[in-house]
Design a protein around this ligand. Structure first.
Ligand SMILES: Cc1cc2nc3c(=O)[nH]c(=O)nc-3n(C[C@H](O)[C@H](O)[C@H](O)COP(=O)(O)OP(=O)(O)OC[C@H]3O[C@@H](n4cnc5c(N)ncnc54)[C@H](O)[C@@H]3O)c2cc1C
Length: 391
């Protein structure tokens, strides 16, 4: 295994650091002070588009493909995810782009679906978003329990139900909605449907209150007799999607776990830097109780980063990484929380006033333990793999 950072990755990281310091951190602080997501017409998003961000990995319709640009490896993606979260993790999610559903669409979408839904993301004329709606009030960790229902009706599908905590939902051009054809049949009956913004029956958008990560919207919405054409079933009707529906959604979450882990390491690193700066300014580094805690935290975060990169290294070699991906998330999320807690403790009343970056990091990091499978769920996954715990 090569632990070196090559020249191309170094350029990526330097660029992320430069944009992070100049653009991402200030935008994240602005949203946190407002207590609301940055509005879609915020100048920050316009600058993202000017920089060429938010473009799809899809290369274009068959026969008219764009030349392939340099593709990021998973390890590069993780290093950039860590750096971005160092500056502001909420802004990382708020950034325009296809986001979470891109992997699903590339994996099983028909050529027509890619052309229709991804073409606007080839060259963005304005900030555009898409999103993936899985979670429901009664179905979070147990994604097999979703109740949003899809019924075939003539040449289309009719959806009824509701979703919650869906990132960027009210500003998305389209939402990939996970639904069940029969709630009694569990995961085998799940399918995903493209629902375009403005479709009658899609509505009731309500931005949820969150303790942290205020920069992006987490939104609930409802589907009431919401009719979509047959062509909006992900993968199309010709294909047997009975296995693809649930397992494709799960693959998205599996691939995302090391990214969330890298985010947690980035937030933890930012907290550690704040704690170090404070200890230096206050001349506290000579105190072994302070110094030892800072040393231990540095060591633990580096350990979490290595686990995370190992999960990415396996993914780049197309080797199974379920255990490493879950371990990286379980470990990094709790160490990210430990690092922000350490910062809160060292800064004491200065942190508790609520206007210091460390306090924001403390609120931001908790979600890394919740999204894309909670810490407990990661431990169940690891145990299943290691000791064949029954499902
Ligand atoms: C900031 C934020 C952003 C989000 N963004 C999205 C998004 O974009 N799209 C989306 O679809 N969802 C999103 N979610 C939802 C997220 O995926 C769920 O919150 C998560 O899956 C947990 O579900 P839950 O909140 O219903 O908790 P529950 O599943 O009800 O869990 C409650 C507690 O029980 C524990 N638990 C549950 N099952 C088990 C088990 N089998 N073994 C041991 N312990 C268990 C959990 O660990 C947790 O501590 C977001 C959530 C947050 C907080």
């Amino acid at each position: 295994m090569d632990f070196g950072i090559d020249a191309a990755t170094r350029v990526l990281l330097e660029r992320a650091r430069e944009i992070g310091e100049r653009e991402v951190r200030p935008a994240g602080l602005e949203a946190d002070r407002m207590g609301a997501p940055l509005p879609p017409d915020h100048s920050y998003f316009k600058r993202c588009i000017e920089r060429g961000e938010g473009r799809t990995r899809w290369r274009g319709p068959v026969g008219r493909e764009r030349p392939a640009g340099p593709r990021r490896t998973t390890v590069q993606t993780l290093l950039v995810a860590e750096e971005y979260a160092y500056w502001d993790r909420g802004i990382g999610v708020a950034n325009p782009g296809v986001g979470l559903p891109e992997g699903n669409v590339l994996a099983i979408g028909t050529e027509e679906q890619k052309e229709h839904f991804l073409t606007p993301f080839l060259e963005l004329d304005r900030p555009r978003w898409a999103c993936f709606g899985m979670t429901e009030p009664g179905a979070g960790s147990d994604a097999a329990a979703i109740r949003t229902h899809a019924r075939k009706d003539g040449d289309g599908w009719v959806l009824n139900g509701g979703k919650c905590f869906i990132g960027n939902a009210s500003r998305a051009d389209w939402i990939l909605v996970q639904a069940t054809l029969d709630p009694t049949k569990g995961r085998a009956a799940q399918r995903a449907f493209f629902v375009e913004q403005g479709t009658p029956g899609l509505g009731g958008f309500k931005i949820e209150k969150k303790m942290g990560l205020k920069a992006y919207e987490s939104t609930s919405f409802s589907l009431e007799d919401c009719r979509v054409p047959a062509s909006h079933l992900l993968g199309g009707e010709q294909r047997d999607t009975s296995r693809a529906g649930f397992s494709t959604a799960m693959r998205t979450f599996n691939a995302g776990r090391p990214v969330i882990a890298a985010n947690a390491v980035g937030i933890g690193r930012a907290a550690l830097d704040e704690a170090l700066r404070f200890a230096r300014d206050e001349d506290r580094l000579g105190d072994p109780r302070v110094r030892d805690r800072l040393e231990a935290m540095t060591r633990k975060l580096r350990m979490a980063r290595l686990l995370c990169l190992r999960a990415g290294w396996l993914a780049d070699r197309e080797q199974p990484n379920i255990v490493e991906a879950s371990m990286s998330k379980a470990m990094a999320a709790s160490l990210g929380q430990e690092a922000t807690t350490l910062g809160m403790e060292l800064l004491g009343s200065r942190a508790a006033r609520g206007d210091h970056l460390i306090e924001k990091l403390y609120r931001d990091v908790k979600a890394m333990d919740i999204v894309e499978g909670t810490g407990q769920v990661q431990r169940v996954i690891i145990a299943r793999q290691l000791v064949q715990l029954p499902r």
